[in-house]
Design a protein around this ligand. Structure first.
Ligand code: 2NL
Length: 339
């Protein structure tokens, strides 16, 4: 019995010496120390050992078991260290290598120009407001004094969701909403995306952008409109820029005007940017129609106001010499990288 135990011990120690990877450790443990292992088998045979010898054999078996368990743990530590060392040698990172430089984005030209325009008007004390792009017919047309038979209300020109709901065709509905919610004095600009059912070409896109302004207070006049727009034009296009109002018609303002600025490229001499006129049309505006004030809950006897609107896409194109509006929406990286 003793010999058998010693033999198992020798055999186990030899096997352990040859063990070189973690997976075989468990096999080893099962073979020698497990419930069905060699040592257990021997101990089961204890009943055949004479009672005199039992304590000695038992002690020896436990000693061998203890020693094997200890050496198994030591071996496991060694192999785990080796495995980690191997893994680290395979997965090392050279922290001194230069990093991969992330591609840096830039602001879209429309965003740059929008921010610039917002800055200019905020400098004159305007707040910025916004509102829904999916609008009620009431706010987009009715409240703005645009009659039912007006061509812009045609399904050919406006994207309708249903009879009462549409994609806003201008940012003016936000001006009405502002009048409803706030008491004069009101001084806001509203930048935003607008929609019209236009065929795409170099100057038309079904999605484009407007910035509108609204000022309402006591004794506001057309002279205030001219002064604000003149200041804006000078800050936007240069201090020597001049502004010209031409009579026009909008249903929501009376009187109304279209506004030209002197060409910043040729300073009025005439060039291809201004079609050799020396002037560039950049916006429209006028005194808010009394009916529109009333629709916004403001008494036209007590208050007056002016409003104006400009196309952000057009101003961006003029500013950067972009000759096709489609470039603003295609998001070709070669185009966007230039800003
Ligand atoms: C243009 C001209 C304009 C307005 C927009 C407006 C809004 C209200 C009342 C009165 Cl609530 N007017 N907006 C007025 C005149 C002109 O836009 O050429 N936009 C691109």
């Amino acid at each position: 019995m003793k010999d058998k135990l010693e033999k198992i011990k020798e055999e186990a120690l030899d096997a352990l010496k040859d063990l070189n990877d973690l997976e075989n450790l468990e096999d080893f443990r099962l073979k020698y120390l497990g419930k069905k292992g060699e040592l257990t088998k021997i101990l089961r045979g204890m009943k055949d050992v004479s009672p005199d010898e039992r304590p000695e054999i038992g002690q020896l078996a436990n000693k061998i078991r203890g020693s094997l368990e200890k050496q198994l743990i030591e071996k496991k530590d060694v192999l785990q260290d080796k495995a980690l060392e191997y893994k680290l040698s395979q997965e090392w990172v050279d922290v001194t290598m230069p990093g991969r430089r992330p591609a840096r984005g830039s602001l879209h030209p429309l965003t740059i120009v929008r921010n610039e325009i917002i800055d200019i008007f905020m400098g004159m004390g305007f707040d910025v407001a916004d509102g829904p792009e999916v609008e009620l017919d009431y706010y987009n047309f009715e409240a703005l004094n645009i009659p039912k038979n007006h061509p812009s209300r045609d399904v050919q020109d406006t994207f309708y969701i249903n009879d009462n709901i549409l994609l806003r065709t201008h940012t003016s509905p936000v001006q009405i909403r502002t009048m409803e919610q706030e008491k004069p004095p009101i001084k806001v600009i509203i930048p935003g995306r607008v929609y019209r059912s236009d065929e795409v070409d170099a100057t038309h896109s079904p999605i484009f952008h407007q910035i509108e302004g609204l000022v309402i207070d006591k004794d506001v006049t057309m002279a205030d409109l001219k002064g604000v727009l003149d200041t804006f034009a000078k800050k936007m296009f240069g201090e020597d820029t001049r502004t010209k109002l031409r009579p026009h018609h909008f249903p929501f303002t009376e009187p109304s005007a279209e506004v030209d600025v002197s060409c910043a490229i040729c300073h009025g001499e005439g060039c291809s940017v201004c079609s050799h006129t020396g002037w560039i049309e950049i916006l429209g505006g006028g005194m808010v129609h009394p009916k529109v004030l009333q629709n916004g809950g403001i008494d036209p006897e007590e208050y007056s106001g002016f409003a104006f609107g400009m196309g952000l896409d057009r101003i961006t194109n003029i500013k950067y010499g972009i000759d096709d509006i489609r470039l603003l929406f295609e998001n070709d990286i070669r185009f966007l990288k230039q800003f």
